[in-house]
Every structure is written in structure tokens, then in C-alpha cells.
Ligand binder design. Structure first.
Ligand code: SF4
Ligand code: SF4
Ligand code: FES
Length: 279
């Protein structure tokens, strides 16, 4: 496909902004080749090839910024923090979902680096995808709900705090949602919350001060049973959250308990534990 004439760069979260200046020092003397997906839905699409000078410590997002600055200002990518904390720069590098700002080029195999948008989400332009369905899924999960008569200050064992903290590390990059075959291959996101939201539910269900019961929701609309524990989500998580071991498997056990244990079922009914529904 024809390469576009530079005009304006897309910057943080779709705003129009200039990428950072091209570094003038630290050059390694090597040249990097990048094959970058370009296209819009229903329009011409393909891979454009660019060459950029390699810089010590360079990450893939740096290379994309160099391309925007010097060769193709029309190339769209989403980014914000450049510190692996906002989750905006998620893309697929050599076929693997990663944060571009956390992926050093010197860790990749020699040869052309292929950069493409997240496959499991609708394309907007070039490396930018529409991840808004995640926010719709999020709305289906009832938020943290303490008992109305549970006075403060709360005293929570440090062990519980430590466990909850892992779930709260999520930066909503949606790499796990992208890699999961239930979304990516089978396109079942309409009846599957996905790993990011299993992490969120785990953080709520295991909070000692939360009184809602979201297990029925998980088993129904959440589609927890569609997960077959392949652990692909855990492998790509940039925050090293043990998504399968510490969120999904404990939730599966709780859903199974709720479904099969008659004693607990009767006890819950007698206690009158509220059932969860959309907030
Ligand atoms: S472990 Fe489950 S949620 Fe994670 S990628 Fe595999 S199927 Fe998807
Ligand atoms: S769980 Fe990990 S991979 Fe998934 S959205 Fe959160 S930080 Fe990203
Ligand atoms: S730019 Fe924020 S995570 Fe990469």
C-alpha cells in the first residue's frame, strides 16, 4: 500500500499531539525495520515498512514515535504515560499482545518487527482499536457494597489486604482480554466477562467487607465456565497478576460451591444474603 505523507501525529488517547523529539544521542549504529499495520475499517489496509535508527534502551513505542515524527505523521497509535501504567499503548508485537512502551526492541528477535492492533477488538485506525465494550462489561458488575451497619474504622487483616492488592494492580490494558481465545477466536465476548473482569470480581468477592454475592452473575452472564484455564491471560499480564491461579480458579470453586452444595445453599437462604444484579 502507498505510504501516507506526514501531516499530524495522534498522541495521548487520540488527542492530536506531537510525539516526543527524535533522540540525537545514544544511537547504536543499527537500523531497525518495522512492519506496521495501517488501515481503517472498510478501507485499504496492509503493512507499511519503515526503517528507523536504533537507540540504546529503545522500546517499540519509541520507534512508532520516530516514524510519526520523521516519516508518517498519519500513523495512528494510542498512548499516554509511556511508563507501563495507563494501558493505552496495548498492541501486538510479533504476534504477542504487549504494551509497546514496555517492550524493548533489543529483547525481540533480530529481523523485522511486526506491529499490529489488538485482534480481539474492532479496528478504529492503524494501531488503535475500540475497547469500549470492556467498559460496558464493567457496568454489569455490582460495585463494592459493605453492610449498611458495618461501622468504621474497619480493621482488616493484613493477609486480606495483601491478597486484594494483587487484583487492584490491574491497569486495564486489556491484553488479557485480547489474548483469551474465548474472545479472540470464538468471539463470545457477549456472554463472557473475560479475565480482566474476573480479576475485578475476585477483588470484590474476596473483600472481607463486601456483602454481595456475585456468583450467580458469574455463572450466567459472566460465562466463567467458558474459561478452560489455559493461562494465556496470566502470561501476557504486564502487572504479573496471577489471573488464573488467584482469581479465576478461586471463583470457579466458589461458583461450583454455590451450585452444588445444598447445605450452603440453605444457609444462604436462611441468612438472606442479597443476590447480585447490575448496579
Ligand atoms: S485462562 Fe481462561 S480467561 Fe485466561 S486466557 Fe485462558 S480461557 Fe481465557
Ligand atoms: S489483568 Fe493484567 S492484562 Fe488484564 S487488563 Fe489488568 S493489567 Fe492488563
Ligand atoms: S503508554 Fe501508558 S502503558 Fe504504555
Amino acid at each position: 500500500m502507498a505510504e501516507a505523507t506526514p501531516r499530524v501525529a495522534t498522541g495521548p488517547d487520540g488527542d492530536v499531539a506531537q510525539p516526543p523529539p527524535v533522540p540525537q544521542s545514544g544511537l547504536t549504529g543499527e537500523t531497525l525495520t518495522l512492519r506496521v499495520f495501517k488501515g481503517v475499517p472498510g478501507g485499504e489496509a496492509g503493512y507499511a515498512t519503515y526503517e528507523v535508527p536504533d537507540v540504546v534502551g529503545m522500546v517499540v513505542l519509541d520507534a512508532i514515535h520516530q516514524i510519526q515524527q520523521t516519516q508518517d505523521g498519519d500513523l495512528a497509535c494510542r498512548w499516554n504515560c509511556k511508563a507501563a501504567k495507563c494501558g493505552s499503548c496495548a498492541a501486538e508485537v510479533n504476534g504477542r499482545p504487549v504494551l509497546m512502551c514496555k517492550t524493548r526492541v533489543d529483547t525481540l528477535p533480530r529481523g523485522a518487527i511486526t506491529v499490529q492492533p489488538l485482534k480481539a477488538f474492532p479496528l478504529i485506525k492503524d494501531l488503535v482499536t475500540d475497547v469500549s465494550r470492556n467498559y460496558e462489561t464493567n457496568k454489569l458488575i455490582p460495585p463494592f457494597t459493605p453492610a449498611p451497619d458495618d461501622g468504621t474504622p474497619w480493621r482488616i487483616p493484613q493477609m486480606d489486604i495483601d491478597r486484594l492488592f494483587e487484583y487492584r494492580r490491574c491497569i486495564e490494558c486489556f491484553l488479557c482480554q485480547d489474548v483469551c481465545h474465548v474472545n479472540r477466536t470464538h468471539e463470545l465476548s457477549a456472554r463472557f466477562f473475560g479475565p480482566r473482569f474476573f480479576v475485578r470480581v475476585a477483588g470484590l468477592e474476596m473483600h472481607p467487607k463486601d456483602v454481595l454475592d456475585r456468583r450467580e452473575l458469574l455463572g450466567d452472564r459472566g460465562g466463567l465456565s467458558l474459561c478452560n484455564i489455559t493461562k494465556c491471560c496470566t502470561e501476557v499480564c504486564p502487572e504479573h497478576i496471577h489471573i488464573t491461579d488467584n482469581a479465576i480458579i478461586p471463583l470457579k470453586e466458589r461458583v461450583a460451591d454455590a451450585h452444588w452444595d445444598p447445605v450452603r445453599w440453605v444457609a444462604r437462604r436462611l441468612r438472606g444474603a442479597p443476590k447480585a444484579g447490575p448496579a
